[in-house]
Design a protein around this ligand. Structure first.
Ligand code: EPZ
Length: 418
């Protein structure tokens, strides 16, 4: 097992380049299955969730060739298995995208119930509702989901909750279904639009991605394509919080400012300066940080995946901040660890009160999930003294070489094996 050792108190300065978006890549890679020809995917982040996707594709019979550090050629035409092994699939949440892709291409799929960050109840009822609407039958047994359909037909799908995963899966299953599918109450995250753009680049007919109504006309076949994954808005937001927490000054490159709007607005309210350019933003702090109230919401609201990072920043701001987590019912797991570092946070159900004590002290802590781990890195960078973070495998699921990028910005962070 590895851990990070951080000596805090150093300002982050210089330039950092953001990698491809985890939550787009883990949907686009399974979507390659739908193509009748090889595809080349660029700007793929080097993270463990992506490596699991690539391993699953290989185990199914696809030919996966690494053309460059972040570019893969995938030939799905030799896939001859429709089952995603339990041990592999249960390691991450996004394994369920293989359900939609395999169903959409072959009319059958067998995938384990998904794993992923422990954020409380993570049902898949809306995914199953979408598949059933399109004409598929499913059974659940021994932790596996079996899907089968003689013929997928377009249908009206209305989601009871706004769900990223089920919106993605409905698109994957519907692109080759006969006729028109209308998805209502669809999620609008940037990665939803990225998947739709990828599928359309293969010849799909998807309209309205990024709004709450997505229309999909089924097509006979999907051709090969070359496609670049969008930059990761949450990685960019995480660096924004780390720069602010260390009162740094950094140019963050390879971003789409529009995707960062809700994060930028909150950061500016806290007292962070942000200058926007076409595909980069400059982030710096030259004054006091002040409290803010955060309510997480589906896009374009403040992303839940930034909740723990901004909470950490707010421990350094003046005043009492209120954080309301509206998406997940257990996403304050990082609070106990921040308390070890001197944070004064009170959690009551969906709401956390963050006292701006203005300082943190280094301590031995543990990452309990991906974004909680990112929050502990931010805390360690800002704290006085040394912070040791264990269970960093959570962090490496979704951040591409975080310690290398931080070291290049002047942080004193190293990864050691224990
Ligand atoms: C995706 O998870 C992301 N993961 C999560 O990011 C992110 O927190 C979440 O979307 C919300 O933005 C990936 O994209 C791989 P949902 P997902 O379906 O798809 C309820 C990270 O840190 N729901 O949008 O699993 C659910 O309980 C990870 O990168 C149902 O009730 O989330 C939740 O309350 C963590 N039934 C809400 O919807 C369903 O069938 C949103 O979940 C599905 C979801």
């Amino acid at each position: 097992m590895d851990k990070f050792i951080i000596k805090g108190g150093r300002r982050l300065t210089g330039e950092v380049t953001i990698s491809g978006a985890k939550n787009a890549a883990v949907a686009i890679l399974p979507a390659v299955i739908l193509s009748d020809e090889p595809c080349v995917i660029e700007n793929v982040p080097n993270i463990s969730d992506v490596n699991i996707c690539l391993r699953i594709l290989t185990e199914m019979g696809a030919e996966v060739t690494k053309l460059d550090a972040n570019i893969y050629r995938i030939d799905p035409t030799k896939i001859d298995k429709y089952c995603v092994p339990y041990e592999t699939a249960r390691k991450m949440r996004a394994s369920y995208y293989f359900l939609g892709a395999l169903l959409g291409k072959f009319g059958k799929a067998r995938v384990s119930m998904p794993g992923g960050c422990p954020l409380g109840d993570r049902p898949i009822d809306q995914h199953l509702k979408a598949f059933s609407s399109l004409g598929a039958e499913y059974t659940l047994s021994q932790g596996m989901i079996d899907l089968h359909s003689e013929k997928l037909r377009g249908s009206q799908i209305f989601f009871d909750v706004v769900t990223v995963g089920a919106t993605m899966n409905a698109m994957l299953a519907a692109v080759k279904a006969e006729g028109l599918t209308v998805i209502e109450n669809a999620a609008k995250e940037p990665h939803i639009v990225d998947l739709a753009n990828f599928l359309n680049s293969m010849g799909a007919n998807i309209m309205g991605a990024g709004t709450d109504v997505i229309k999909i006309r089924g097509v006979e076949r999907l051709r090969g394509t070359t496609y670049a994954v969008i930059p990761d808005q949450i990685e960019a937001g995480t660096f924004m919080a780390a720069i602010a927490a260390t009162k740094g000054d950094v140019l963050i490159k390879n971003v789409i400012p529009k995707h960062l709007e809700s994060i930028t607005k909150k950061m500016e309210k806290i007292g962070v300066n942000i200058e926007q350019f076409d595909d980069s933003i400059r982030v710096w702090v030259d004054g006091p940080l002040v409290k803010a109230n955060i309510k997480t919401a589906p896009h374009p609201g403040f992303p839940t995946d930034m909740q723990s990072q901004i909470a950490t920043l707010l421990t350094l701001a003046k005043g009492t901040s209120i954080i309301t987590e509206n998406i997940w019912d257990q996403r304050f797991g990082y609070v106990d660890e921040l308390r070890r570092m001197g944070a004064d946070i009170t959690v009551n159900g969906k709401v956390a009160l963050v006292e701006g004590t203005g300082k943190l002290m280094g301590a031995p802590v543990k990452a309990c999930d991906l974004r909680a781990g990112a929050a502990l890195i931010i805390a360690g960078l800002a704290a006085s003294g040394v912070t040791e973070i264990e269970d960093i495998f959570h962090i490496e699921r979704g951040y591409d070489c975080m310690e290398g990028k931080l070291r290049a910005l002047g942080a004193d962070i190293e990864k050691v094996s224990i």
